[in-house]
Write a protein that binds this ligand. Structure first.
Ligand code: ATP
Length: 254
């Protein structure tokens, strides 16, 4: 698709407004505001334990926030938000095509087209393979195909490229770019900063339950006067690199 065909506006289809969330007395999100515009790939990055998965689960409605709200301003569709969880659970004995057929049936799609969906993510050749016999990367691609069934205006992906080889990772990010190029509002978490720098239209940096930066890769670099996104990331997140932040229950933040 050419750049002119590519629909890019700043209209947020989905927005988190001042979200707070705790697990018991452990505060995980502390006033998170983030807009997910149509036709853009918004990448959510941040250290382990920052609250990325929690934010995604709130946005897709799997958990309720303690405070704040989630605004959906997209078209009314049977499926508004497609979601790829961090560990998608598929039935291993179903084939890839049967798996997608099953999800299409659940959504009441009148003429399921599992093979067309597999083709879109480059998995056509594996249509008749049982899911249990797919590689990790192929399963992630199947997960992305599942997340876009029903043409949801928003697609939310939790670490879609986790644990994949470079070739498979670039296929995954290519599939994400294509989704955004078709006008979908895509939000994905990842630790792959190089891929984000290449493919991300916008970046949100989440640190200790707060969005500490939002902008294009270039804007973040300029704002911080650095050359690479990795440097921008290091300058944005608190704490020692390589240390997982764990909120002390009921205590002071470290
Ligand atoms: N179901 C739960 N019950 C209690 N605590 C939880 C639960 N889920 C997450 N947490 C805690 O919430 C914090 C944020 O976790 P979350 O998975 O949202 O972070 P993340 O940024 O996605 O991390 P990672 O990059 O490691 O996937 C962590 O301290 C985690 O231990």
């Amino acid at each position: 698709m050419t750049e002119t065909e590519r629909e890019q506006t700043d209209e947020p289809v989905l927005a988190a407004e001042n979200l707070t969330h705790s697990y018991g007395d452990v505060a995980v999100l502390d006033g998170v505001t983030l807009e997910i515009p149509e036709g853009r790939f918004t990448a959510l990055i941040g250290p382990n334990g920052a609250g990325k998965t929690t934010l995604l689960r709130l946005l897709v409605g799997l958990e309720r926030p303690d405070g704040g709200r989630i605004r959906y301003d997209g078209p009314d569709r049977p499926r508004r938000i497609g979601y790829l969880p961090q560990r998608p659970a598929f039935r291993p004995e179903f084939t890839a095509a049967e798996t997608l057929y099953f999800y299409e049936s659940l959504l009441g799609v009148p003429e399921p087209q599992p093979r067309a969906h597999l083709e879109r993510v480059g998995l056509a050749a594996a249509a008749d393979r049982p899911v249990g016999a797919l590689s990790g990367g192929m399963r992630q691609l199947l997960g992305i195909a599942q997340a876009v069934i029903g043409d949801p205006p928003v697609v939310v992906l939790d670490e879609p490229a986790h644990g994949l080889d470079p070739g498979m990772r670039s296929r995954i990010f290519g599939a994400i770019e294509e989704l955004a190029a078709r006008g979908v509002a895509v939000l994905a978490t990842t630790h792959d900063l190089n891929a984000v720098e290449r493919s991300g239209d916008r970046i949100g940096v989440l640190d200790r339950g707060r969005v500490v930066r939002v902008g294009t890769p270039a804007a973040l670099r300029d704002e911080l006067g650095v050359e690479t996104l990795t440097e921008a990331y290091d300058a944005s997140v608190a704490g020692a690199a390589g240390t997982v932040y764990v909120e002390e229950s009921g205590g002071e933040q470290q």
